[in-house]
Design a protein around this ligand. Structure first.
Ligand SMILES: NC(=O)c1ccc[n+]([C@@H]2O[C@H](COP(=O)([O-])OP(=O)(O)OC[C@H]3O[C@@H](n4cnc5c(N)ncnc54)[C@H](O)[C@@H]3O)[C@@H](O)[C@H]2O)c1
Length: 116
């Protein structure tokens, strides 16, 4: 499957690190957080990071930012949705419920793994 668009929910340590890797791979990514200012700050941090997270700083344009209330619709077009919010099970349940209502058929979700 071709991954052309990714949405990452939660733009902290994990979310912004994953966003930087996708950015380097030229895959457009949208970082969503509680407020757009938070994901905007995360994007700035990626851009200014030392040692650099980006191979080429111009790749920062692959990262869009937004917030989960006004911009959740981006999930509808995503091929892969990454949940990277704070470690709170109630918050994660709520996010997954919203993702499952919005994601398109075929978008990547967590697979059940067989026990070894
Ligand atoms: N940091 C690590 O080394 C690490 C390693 C493995 C797994 N994890 C897991 O990854 C997840 C994220 O960890 P982190 O270290 O990036 O946390 P973090 O605290 O750096 O970032 C969490 C982000 O989630 C945002 N957030 C909180 N509630 C939200 C909501 N309802 N909607 C959208 N965004 C929301 C916060 O504003 C924050 O920006 C956690 O489940 C953590 O256990 C982290």
């Amino acid at each position: 499957m071709d991954i052309k668009k990714v949405v990452i929910i939660g733009s902290g340590t994990m979310g912004s690190g994953i966003a930087a890797h996708l950015c380097n791979a030229n895959i457009p990514v949208t970082l969503l957080d509680l407020k757009t200012e938070i994901s905007e700050k995360a994007r700035e941090k990626i851009h200014k990071s030392r040692p650099p997270l980006l191979i080429d700083k111009s790749k920062i344009n692959n990262i869009n930012v937004g917030n989960i209330n006004d911009n959740f619709d981006v999930v509808k077009d995503a091929d892969w949705i990454v949940e990277a919010v704070v470690e709170r099970i109630d918050i994660k349940h709520n996010i997954y419920e919203k993702i499952f209502k919005s994601r398109k058929t075929g978008a990547i979700k967590k697979k059940k793994t067989k026990p070894q």
